[in-house]
Design a protein around this ligand. Structure first.
Ligand code: SAM
Length: 278
């Protein structure tokens, strides 16, 4: 048991269509940051790649875009609904390489064969023992294989310039809820050290972030969907008193507030680390 983090973590978002939609909106928002990271990590050509905790396949498709007809990518997740959604989206946007999705827990990856690279995004914040998890991935990596993971640093999450009471209220409520769910909110800040402790040679650390403004940004939707996805956890943990406090039109409220006061909105930073299996 990790003494700094004793309680077991459960994925806090519901296993429903709303969560699949949230991952789609978030995936499109972070796609430029993750695509750039995959390029720096050297993902491409005819590699065999495993995407762990793939959700609706947002990162899986970014990998597929970079592979040729001899490459292949396998996305795995514990949730069948999100995998079904991943298969459907991928069918309508075919790639050059083979793309498959498997229902598989992270602890069972050894049966999937050997890969040139393992990638993952926004997963370790929901995992009980990240070092053991990263270490076990050596079982599926070829010698010299690449591990390329991106995790968030939520230090500036929902910060705005000039600062907004509305955004600040939701930042505090989200942070309280995530803490009550024992999430590793700043997993990105630990990632390099976790990878080294898991036995990888770290070859690259990459920081990326977005700063958004104006009416057309999708940042308001990304933030509001996170709030709405965690609404029942907020109620369970008495962070809000009733569901009405997290209104369905929160994205529009955030947009209006930001546009009216010409605010810049900072979302989470993504910290990407690339390691090599020795
Ligand atoms: C925040 S989502 C990120 C999805 C995707 N990587 C992305 O960036 O869009 C985290 C995903 O990890 C999956 N997950 C969490 N724990 C897992 C485990 N032990 N085994 C497999 N998947 C897991 C969840 O079901 C969820 O779909």
């Amino acid at each position: 048991m990790n003494m700094n983090h004793p309680a077991s973590i459960q994925y806090p978002f519901p296993n429903d269509d709303g969560e699949s939609e949230r991952l789609g909106v978030q995936g499109a928002f972070f796609a430029p940051l993750s695509g750039g990271f995959l390029d720096l990590a050297g993902i491409g050509g005819s590699m065999r790649v495993l995407d762990i905790g793939c959700g609706t396949g947002e990162v899986t498709r970014l990998v597929a875009d970079r592979l040729d007809e001899n490459g292949m990518v396998v996305g795995i997740d514990q949730d069948t609904g999100r995998l079904q959604q991943a298969r459907e989206i991928t069918r309508t946007t075919p790639a050059k390489c083979r793309v498959t999705f498997e229902h598989c827990d992270l602890t069972k990856v050894a049966s999937l064969g050997e890969f040139d690279a393992v990638v993952g995004r926004m997963l370790l914040l929901y995992i009980d023992d990240p070092v053991a998890t990263l270490s076990s991935l050596q079982l599926v990596l070829k010698p010299n294989g690449i591990l390329a993971i991106q995790e968030p640093d939520h230090s500036n999450y929902l910060v705005t310039m000039p600062e907004s009471p509305l955004f600040a209220t939701w930042r505090d409520r989200l942070m309280q809820t995530c803490q009550a769910c024992n999430l590793r909110l700043n997993s990105g800040l630990h990632l390099r050290s976790w990878m080294e402790r898991a036995g990888y040679e770290v070859t690259l650390v990459h920081l990326s972030e977005r700063q958004d403004c104006g009416p057309d940004s999708t940042v308001y939707e990304v933030l509001a969907r996170a709030v709405l996805g965690l609404r029942s956890k907020m109620l369970d943990n008495k962070v809000i008193g009733s569901a009405d406090e997290a209104p369905a039109d929160l994205a529009n409220q955030l947009r209006k507030d930001a546009v009216q006061h010409q605010r810049t909105v900072f979302s989470s930073k993504l910290i990407g680390v690339v390691g090599r299996r020795s």
